[in-house]
Design a protein around this ligand. Structure first.
Ligand code: AMP
Ligand code: GLY
Length: 414
């Protein structure tokens, strides 16, 4: 049987491993307690010491540390870009310059290392002010505000390194854009690019898009606000020039090019690229994918991407349950009620899979919170409304002290 290694330890990797396990022997490194409980093998061995027919790298960090290059140097088949392609996510300043060179529509911007220039730029802007940490900040390095004092304080904290350490000593300041946001995950095999169904992610911690930006509090797909024509427009105005620029720079990108797009009144604008599967978008996209995930991802990695099977016609919703204090200071060690020994719902509900983001187990085998995002409770249904109803019914069963969740995932769309 084909053997596949999935690198990472969150709900995204749980979903990928679960999808791949339908046709492959899967090993997750390092994985987590909930992934292991679900019957998937987890090992705490570096990917470079494992052997497999396909390696799928989940998170951005190992990609920006060159893991894909190392594995390819060993002759392995890998889904995920090398260091060169990963720069698109590792540095927002690099990404904005790349977009400029490629002619991709994106918010007007300035890049600053010193506060004075940044304040001057802010003074000339009309609010909202958008201030981004240059480097990796797990989705939390972006402030959007209309408050002048808050904007200035944020610039100061980011430039001094006190907010995000080394990731934050350069800032990108952007024009504020308005519109519906969409995550379009595009599979790229080095030459061809094929989009998955459009998904929507909920980045703010509170209902009604309030509070701090997080890694993502929930998602749904497909996104009915994105027509096939809209997807085509994103592919032609954003993805096609990106592929040309990658080629021009000699970057062989094999993996997921995740376009965070704002459907603004000026047309689609690129907010950011990620160079990997989105989290929690993957938790809705994998259960919706009707084909053989192993065959699809192997084709991407080997440069042989063909036609992707049509969408299943179903919808999926994922609601993330986070720990007390998320995102600022998440607490670990709270006992989770409502899960069986396999980490799934103790009282099953049709269409539900519980993907574990951050859980551990105690000596009695109970699941505990372990990190910021704890569980991604995912439902598939014949309609978005049905998927939503199922996901929220499941969240009623799973409780722990200090549980943080949103109640409006996919509400306005269903
Ligand atoms: P990013 O990590 O760059 O995708 O930014 C995180 C979130 O901040 C996005 O999902 C948007 O909701 C918001 N955001 C980023 N850039 C802008 C912008 N130029 N205008 C308005 N909102 C933005
Ligand atoms: N869902 C946002 C991300 O994966 O970065």
């Amino acid at each position: 049987m084909t053997r596949c290694v999935v690198v990472g330890s969150g709900a995204r990797e749980h979903a990928l491993a679960w999808g791949l396990a339908k046709s492959a022997e899967v090993i997750v490194t390092p994985g987590n307690a909930g992934i292991a409980a679900h019957g998937l093998t987890c090992v705490d061995v570096p990917a470079t010491e494992l052997d497999a027919d396909l390696f799928v790298i989940g998170p951005e960090l190992p990609l920006t540390q060159g893991l894909a290059d190392e594995l390819r140097a060993q002759g392995k088949l890998v889904l995920g870009p090398g260091l060169d392609g990963a720069q698109l996510e590792a540095s927002k300043a690099y990404m904005k310059q790349f977009l400029h060179d490629a002619g991709v529509p994106t918010a007007a911007f300035g890049i600053f290392d010193e506060p004075e220039g940044a304040y001057d730029f802010l003074r000339r802007m009309t609010p909202p002010y958008v201030i981004k940490t240059d480097g990796l900040a797990a989705g939390k390095g972006v402030l959007v505000t209309r408050d002048w004092d808050e904007a200035c304080a944020d610039v100061r904290d980011k430039l001094s390194g006190s907010a995000f350490g080394d990731a934050g000593t350069t800032v990108v300041i952007e024009e504020g854009l308005d519109g519906e946001e969409c995550s379009l995950l595009v599979l790229c095999d080095g030459t061809r690019a094929v989009p998955l169904v459009p998904a929507q992610d909920f980045k703010r911690v509170g209902d009604g898009d309030t509070g701090a930006n997080t890694g993502g509090m929930g998602a749904y797909a497909p996104m009915s606000a994105m027509s096939d024509v809209d997807v085509e427009r994103v592919m032609s105005s954003i993805v096609a020039p990106t592929l040309s620029e990658l080629r021009r720079r000699g970057i062989d990108f094999r993996g997921v090019l995740y376009a965070g797009v704002m459907m603004s009144s000026k047309g689609p604008q690129l907010l950011e690229y990620n160079v990997r599967f989105g989290d929690p978008e993957t938790e809705v996209l994998v259960p919706l994918y009707g084909g053989d995930l192993l065959a699809l991802l192997s084709a991407v990695a080997s440069g042989q991407l063909g036609v992707v099977p049509a969408a299943s016609g179903q919808s999926a919703v994922t609601v993330v349950l986070s720990s007390h204090g998320y995102p600022e200071s998440p607490r670990s060690g709270d006992v989770i009620d409502g899960l069986g020994d396999d980490g799934q719902l103790a009282l099953p509900i049709e269409g539900i899979t519980v993907f574990h983001a951050g859980t551990s187990r105690d000596d009695e085998g109970r699941f505990l919170t372990n990190g910021g995002r704890v569980l991604a409770v995912t439902a598939v249904g014949d309609s978005l409304a049905q998927a939503r109803e199922r996901a929220y019914a499941a969240t009623e069963q799973i409780t722990f002290d200090g549980r943080v969740m949103r109640h409006d995932i996919a509400r306005s769309a269903s």
